[in-house]
Design a protein around this ligand. Structure first.
Ligand code: ZN
Length: 294
């Protein structure tokens, strides 16, 4: 008997518990829960003091984001991965990109607390080491890139961290993204084993201004196997729940079996940024570090 973990109640928790706060002016950012917010209100860090000193109370300014958008979803949670596989990261000269596989993370790793100051510092080191380049799809961009934990969520050593773009990161967290209707599953051609191909194809279509109905049709056209099943949200979610329930310690993740692939659906804006800006990174200065696999 499999008990569902990715449920509407979980989605509510996800939406209300975690907030990414981000300042446009000084790049100050923090990841906090409502409980943390109360505790830290009385105890500012030096970065927060600097940030507060130029806070003019504008609506886009971080101080007010939580009030303006109480259900803002978190933009970069960091997570766990499987350390036993894959090749070199994008950092190595001519190194192979890592294979992107749809996965879910063990529930015991969710919501681990961390020191925001320390995390900001280490996170930046990881981004700089990787040249702000996603280790899966090779997209390079100074903004909106995220940092993923390869293994334990509370192991912040650099060797446990990797730079990822928001799109690839969402594939690594199938459960929450399926729950939110951002990703569903379909039966793909056997040759498709690296979801970075889907990410790159989707990004290209977003960049060209295709609407989301067209993107979905083209994705199936290019990657679906003959008469392959297209899963609705509920069935995709059932698979994600089954996967997350199957994880046994010491594993951190479970992976979608080969033969199944992800299709992206419209997610919409975040923090007033258009989806094509923050998630698909169709912005000035973004580029592939090397040619993505086609
Ligand atoms: Zn990527």
């Amino acid at each position: 008997m499999i008990s569902a973990i990715f449920t509407p109640e979980f989605e509510r928790l996800w939406r209300t518990r975690s907030i990414l706060v981000w300042c446009e002016k000084c790049a100050w950012r923090t990841f906090r829960t409502t409980q943390e917010k109360k505790a830290r209100a009385r105890q500012r860090t030096p970065a927060q003091e600097r940030h507060a000193s130029h806070d003019d109370g504008s609506k886009t300014h971080s101080k007010n984001i939580a009030a303006v958008l109480p259900d803002l979803k978190v933009a970069f949670l960091t997570h766990t991965g499987d350390t036993t596989e894959q090749e070199e990261n994008a950092n190595g000269e001519g190194g192979l990109m890592k294979i992107l596989r749809p996965s879910v993370m063990a529930a015991r790793e969710w919501f681990k607390e961390r020191d925001p100051e320390e995390w900001r510092r280490i996170r930046k080191q990881a981004l700089e080491r990787d040249g702000y380049t996603c280790v899966y799809c090779a997209l390079s961009c100074r903004r909106f890139m995220q940092v993923n934990h390869i293994g334990a969520e509370d192991d912040h050593r650099l060797e446990n961290l990797e730079t990822v773009c928001p799109a690839c990161h969402s594939v690594m967290h199938l459960g929450i993204n399926t729950l939110q209707g951002v990703i569903t599953l379909f039966e793909c051609k056997p040759a498709l084993t690296n979801m970075a191909e889907i990410v790159c194809a989707t990004r290209s279509m977003v960049n060209k201004g295709y609407d989301w109905d067209e993107i979905e049709v083209h994705t199936y056209g290019q990657f679906r196997r003959t008469a392959g099943r297209i899963y609705e949200k509920a069935d995709s979610l059932a698979i994600a729940n089954q996967l997350v329930s199957s994880i046994q310690a010491p594993d951190f993740r479970a992976y979608l079996p080969e033969g199944l692939a992800v299709v992206f659906h419209e997610e919409g804006t975040w923090n007033n940024f258009l989806e094509r800006t923050w998630k698909w990174q169709c912005i000035t200065g973004s580029r592939y570090r090397k040619e993505p696999r086609s």
